[in-house]
Design a protein. Structure first.
Length: 278
């Protein structure tokens, strides 16, 4: 059973400055709704029932966005607007599914995940990075299907150009099927010469609950942070089955200014295909 998703949101979003100086990057709009809502809707469509959002005190606007009942009630009391009513009803749906955990000191994704250890109910959970959007196909649904088939942990992956491998976490392949492969190792940002493949990690993981023990015992790595990939490597070495899911959708990086602009255009085109048909 896989019903929970962790979404780390405590990062400062410096790659999107100045847009993220006041508004959290996860609330920046993409074709009429915040980036974060695109992630939530994908996960809900795949069967996720509970979200653990990791924020910091500096990003409490995210919490306010979802739990701003007084504002909506005061507006709706004065103005019967169908659009606003529908927006508020959707937020109330999210409210029932969301809980918040705080990471006020940025010590890495591993540290963020560790703060959720008391909330994980089942053997595996989903982790999604909000910077990474995948459109056209539901990547989370694909991963859950593969998880049920293999009974293992899953990492979303895509082929990248060999000259760009040093920008990515790269997967080493043990054995390959049509749309997935068994993972032998994870190499963080290797040189082109040392890269074991050009299959890059994309920000969607199905992880075992046992990773919490590994994270707890990890010493801080580069930048004084606890890295999730270090814990994954340990689990693989100890025999935990990890598989790379070669997803079918189109990947969008929303974490940079150019990427955000491109993502806005691509999502608009996807949601308004009829306007581009002659």
């Amino acid at each position: 059973m896989l019903k929970q998703a962790i979404i780390p949101l405590a990062g400062l979003g410096t790659r999107l400055l100045p847009l993220s100086s006041i508004t959290p990057k996860e609330l920046l709009p993409l074709n009429g709704k915040p980036n974060l809502e695109h992630i939530l809707d994908e996960c809900i469509d795949a069967g996720i029932k509970e979200f653990i959002l990791i924020i910091s005190k500096k990003k409490e606007n995210i919490k306010k966005y979802f739990f701003n009942d007084h504002f909506y009630k005061s507006i709706l009391a004065k103005k019967k607007d169908k659009r606003i009513r529908e927006a508020y009803n959707k937020l109330k749906k999210y409210q029932k599914m969301i809980k918040f955990v705080y990471q006020n000191n940025p010590k890495g994704t591993g540290d963020a995940i560790l703060k959720c250890k008391n909330y994980i109910k089942h053997s595996h959970f989903l982790m999604v990075f909000p910077d990474d959007l995948i459109i056209n196909k539901n990547c989370t649904k694909e991963m859950i299907t593969l998880h049920k088939k293999t009974k293992g942990s899953i990492i979303a992956t895509k082929i990248v150009k060999k000259k760009t491998v040093s920008r990515w976490g790269i997967l080493s392949i043990k054995s390959k099927k049509k749309n997935y492969f068994s993972i032998k190792d994870v190499v963080e940002k290797p040189s082109q010469k040392k890269a074991p493949s050009n299959y890059a990690i994309i920000g969607r993981y199905i992880l075992p609950k046992t990773i919490m023990k590994k994270l707890k015992n990890l010493k801080p790595g580069q930048g004084g942070e606890i890295h999730i990939t270090d814990a994954i490597k340990q689990l693989i070495y100890e025999g935990e089955k990890f598989y790379g899911n070669i997803f079918k959708g189109k990947y969008l990086d929303c974490g940079t200014l150019n990427g955000y602009i491109n993502s806005t255009i691509e999502i608009f085109k996807e949601n308004n295909k009829w306007e581009f048909v002659w």
